[in-house]
Write a protein that binds this ligand. Sequence first.
Ligand SMILES: Cc1cc2nc3c(=O)[nH]c(=O)nc-3n(C[C@H](O)[C@H](O)[C@H](O)COP(=O)(O)O)c2cc1C
Length: 168
Amino acid sequence: MKLAVIYDSKTGNTRQAAEWIAEGMQKAEGTEARAFGIEDVDANFVNEAKGVVIGCPSYAALMTPDMRSWLLASASKLQMAGKLGGAFATEQYTHGGGENVIMSILTNELVMGMLCYSGGAACGRPVIHMGPIGVNGNVEPHNCLDHYRDCFRIYGERFAQKAQELFA
Ligand SMILES: Cc1cc2nc3c(=O)[nH]c(=O)nc-3n(C[C@H](O)[C@H](O)[C@H](O)COP(=O)(O)O)c2cc1C
């Protein structure tokens, strides 16, 4: 089963998070996961995928303008309806708006007819409410994107397991 991760990233943090999610997805047997930047999406792969996770950095606590444009102009041309959907974000402040970004991506996914999944508290630790968020080390000396590596990987694995359960 194919699963895709699609991201916007200018300085590499969100790309790294996307790659960790794809690595986690690969742990679920029978899964082929690939991550794509919004400028380089393989439409055939995405159309064949049963699930798509979308992520971007927090810009003033919102998704980036480029991600918003991609969702409006390009995602609507892909066959997104009926797929499992998820969302993630990166930010440089612990309270930098990541959950707002995730909720707005999930809103777009719902509008496209996707079935949204976060894992949820029932999956236990790490507890992920809406989707995983990584805080980089740009301004907070105690933070570093690497601290969130396992969270992104585990989220990817949970997402793939749910997709297998629903679609395999
Ligand atoms: C224009 C702009 C606005 C930003 N706004 C926020 C913000 O509101 N909150 C925050 O925590 N980080 C903010 N950031 C930092 C980025 O969200 C953060 O560094 C992110 O990890 C960058 O992702 P990337 O490396 O994938 O481009 C902003 C960065 C830029 C360039």
